[in-house]
Design a protein. Structure first.
Length: 155
């Protein structure tokens, strides 16, 4: 490991204090029970699924046709670990959103009329969910991420 922090360094994360090591080792919630429920009872409402590991927030561009723009303008606040990585690596927002999921691990593409029922399934399992953006018609395939008063365009 090369970086400015030790795994025993304490970090203030909202109301709690934790260590870098605890942040790195904190378990990831599984989506398996949520996906089971969604696929059994909401299958026809799902137009697409993207697991945002390995490709960050730009991974979705691999799965859409050439005539759409994906606008992500309501992403979750990234967990503090991503801020620490960004500061240590001196990476800009563009690189961070290309490489990391920034706390948004799964995207479900659905119609507006089905949004609330899908979100309620996730919340019933204690996992926060929200609309993070939309898909629009476009002359070319692109992704726009709007965060921190910055608009990042990916093609």
């Amino acid at each position: 490991y090369i970086g400015p922090h030790r795994i025993t360094d304490e970090i203030k994360d909202g109301e709690r204090t934790t260590t870098i090591g605890e942040l790195l080792l904190s378990p990831t919630r599984t989506f398996a029970p949520i996906m089971k429920e969604l696929l059994e009872n909401h299958f026809d409402a799902i137009n697409g699924l993207v697991h945002c590991s390995g490709g960050g927030q730009t991974k979705c561009l691999k799965f859409v046709p050439d005539n759409v723009r994906i606008v992500k303008d309501n992403l979750f606040e990234p967990p503090i670990i991503f801020k620490l990585i960004q500061e240590a690596s001196k990476s800009g927002d563009r690189e961070m959103y290309q490489v990391f999921n920034m706390g948004t691990r799964l995207e479900i593409y659905t119609n507006e009329k089905d949004v609330e029922s899908i979100i309620s399934v996730s919340k019933n399992f204690g996992v926060d969910a929200q609309v993070i953006g939309r898909v629009e018609e476009s002359e070319k395939k692109e992704l726009v991420i709007i965060t921190n008063d910055e608009s990042l365009l990916f093609t």
